[in-house]
Design a protein around this ligand. Structure first.
Ligand SMILES: NC(=O)c1ccc[n+]([C@@H]2O[C@H](COP(=O)([O-])OP(=O)(O)OC[C@H]3O[C@@H](n4cnc5c(N)ncnc54)[C@H](O)[C@@H]3O)[C@@H](O)[C@H]2O)c1
Ligand SMILES: O=C(O)C[C@H](O)C(=O)O
Length: 320
């Protein structure tokens, strides 16, 4: 007899933190329009997001959107939330390397993680906010400082690197995106975005150029948009990871997506690779495939950067 899949909830409460910003607004639009698993979409920002919420609420569907000002309305905005998506950025930061963002964003993230521990301790949490490789470990530690185990519930968003890889490879080979088997591992910063090209017959130097293009893609967008980083590609990537995480929470047994998670897969304590999402968050981390020699060398090179960036996140607590 065919087994009927029993899905549980189909009606999750989601919070977007930093919802007034470029990434926050475009991602919230996709979530409101396309995510049938969301019944309540709470927008949080230090700039009053009620106008954005009103605008989105005119799109007719079951998902109810409300705005909450940080810090006064954080309790109301986060209570009972199932999934929190971080899109905030400290406006006072100057310079734009992903790592230069750390010292501005870390205290804001710590404060919100303390609120999450208080008002929605079992929520899944995903970081679009940079630097992803440092802030996801910081967030897990912030929850631990509050007695909450977030090791399977906090993820860094690396799906933008994945969709870029799929787009570039499918364009170059003129094949359907669904046929692309190339992937991306490691983390979300220049030296750690490690594309694993498995399609086509690229020679060594073409493969190296393509991997570099994937790892530089964020800066290419930043330059081409006159110093504005991605808000549209990342919205699609943020939507994708939200859909994956909520489908897992909803009891779908086959949800696989790529994310930067606490991991034993390599010698770094966090790593981005394909994982299975379920009711408990990250439920399975898949073994790494066989690599070519040059892929192995690239990964080996990325480990030291990943570990340093993880350590930056963890050192935040020992130094403060
Ligand atoms: N992971 C990725 O692939 C990826 C891709 C693109 C952008 N990003 C990152 O996303 C982040 C947001 O980028 P953006 O272009 O939307 O920036 P933005 O400046 O347009 O928006 C940031 C928003 O955060 C809000 N904010 C500031 N402090 C806050 C606080 N304490 N609580 C709540 N909200 C607060 C601001 O008011 C603003 O509305 C950046 O860190 C950027 O580097 C990551
Ligand atoms: O560079 C950025 O801040 C944006 C983002 O990380 C990206 O990859 O586009």
């Amino acid at each position: 007899m065919r087994k009927v899949l029993k899905l549980l909830n189909s009606s999750f409460k989601v919070a977007v933190i930093g919802a007034h910003g470029g990434v926050g607004q475009s991602t919230s639009l996709l979530l409101k329009c396309n995510c049938n698993l969301i019944s309540k979409l709470n927008l949080l920002d230090i700039v009053d997001p009620k106008g954005i919420a009103l605008d989105l609420s005119h799109i007719p569907n079951k998902c109810k959107v409300r705005g909450f000002v940080v810090p006064d309305e954080v309790e109301e905005g986060l209570t009972g939330v199932d999934f929190v998506l971080f899109c905030l950025e400290n406006g006072k930061i100057t310079g734009h390397t992903r790592s230069s963002l750390f010292y501005g964003n870390a205290p804001l993230v710590e404060e919100h993680m303390n609120s999450i521990a208080k008002y929605c301790p079992s929520a899944m949490v995903a970081f679009i906010t940079n630097p992803v490789n440092s802030l996801a470990p910081l967030a897990v530690q912030a929850l631990a400082n509050n007695g909450v185990d977030g090791s399977r519930r906090v993820v860094g968003v690396t799906t933008l690197d994945l969709i870029r890889t799929i787009s570039f490879v499918s364009d170059m080979l003129d094949i359907e995106p669904s046929e692309v088997t190339s992937t991306v591992l490691g983390g979300h910063s220049g030296e750690t975005i490690t594309a694993i090209i498995r399609d086509g017959n690229f020679n060594e130097s073409e493969t190296a150029d393509l991997c570099e293009k994937i790892s530089d893609a964020g800066f290419d967008v930043y330059r081409a948009r006159n110093n504005v980083s991605s808000t549209l590609g990342i919205a699609a990537a943020g939507f994708r990871i939200t859909q994956s995480i909520l489908s897992g929470l909803n009891g779908d047994p086959n949800v696989v997506d790529t994310a930067f998670v606490k991991s034993n897969l390599t010698r770094t304590s966090y790593f981005s690779s394909p994982v299975r999402f379920g009711k408990e968050g990250v439920e399975e981390i898949f073994p790494l495939p066989k690599f070519t020699k040059s892929q192995e060398e690239m990964l080996e090179k990325s480990f030291q950067y990943i570990e340093q960036e993880i350590q930056t996140g963890l050192d935040y607590f020992s130094k403060s």
